[in-house]
Design a protein around this ligand. Sequence first.
Ligand code: PGA
Length: 251
Amino acid sequence: MRKKLVVGNWKMNLLRNEGISLVNDILKNISSDITVNIVLAPSFLHLYKVSKMTSDLTYVSTAAQDCSLNSNGSFTGEVSAKMIFSCGAEYVILGHSERRSNFQETSRELRTKTSEAISNNLNVIFCCGESIKQRKDNTYFDWIKSQISEGLFHLSSSDFANIVIAYEPIWAIGTGANANSKQAQEVHEFIRNLIEEEYDKNIADNTSILYGGSCNAANAIELFSEKDVDGGLIGGASLDCNEFISIINSF
Ligand code: PGA
């Protein structure tokens, strides 16, 4: 059975005290019988603290928003996968479109980062998604296929068990214009089929595929009701406790 996940990607938001108070509010408001796993992705600076605050709860874990290509050494400003794991995180988000576009992150680098993360015991939340032009030109399937095959298909079957995929159409991120549930389902099913072709049906059936891009309390129930949508990667709405809790309760 694949996991249902709701991931809060805080991006470069929340000072230390703001992050602490958001985590306290979330922990106060989630019921202990939830069937979904919650992952909080604060900045590197807050990762250790948030991991500590949530360490007693099996259904809450933490993620970094990126990791270095390199294992250790003279790479000023970088943070390695091993350091992330040592701070208590279980996941790392890789290949977010903001990193691909603002920091020119390539598929080749993402292959290395993915392997580096998995060999240091982290699960990877691997992001993919098309631009508005690719959606309009109808080239989005080819694009997503290339992002996934170039970034992930070097992995062995056993390593692929550590992968979660997040489909995040760029045109939906932070715009308020989410993909509708049919659009999301169409791409999620396509991704699951790609995994089955490359690996096998069992691996495809066990891979969680999340939707991201203006997912909020108003649209989560409909998006999560699709058979191949296993949860969400939430940006803006994860910074507001009530919104985030409503999304968690949308399953
Ligand atoms: P958004 O961001 O929910 O604010 O659209 C999602 C993301 O970028 O992960």
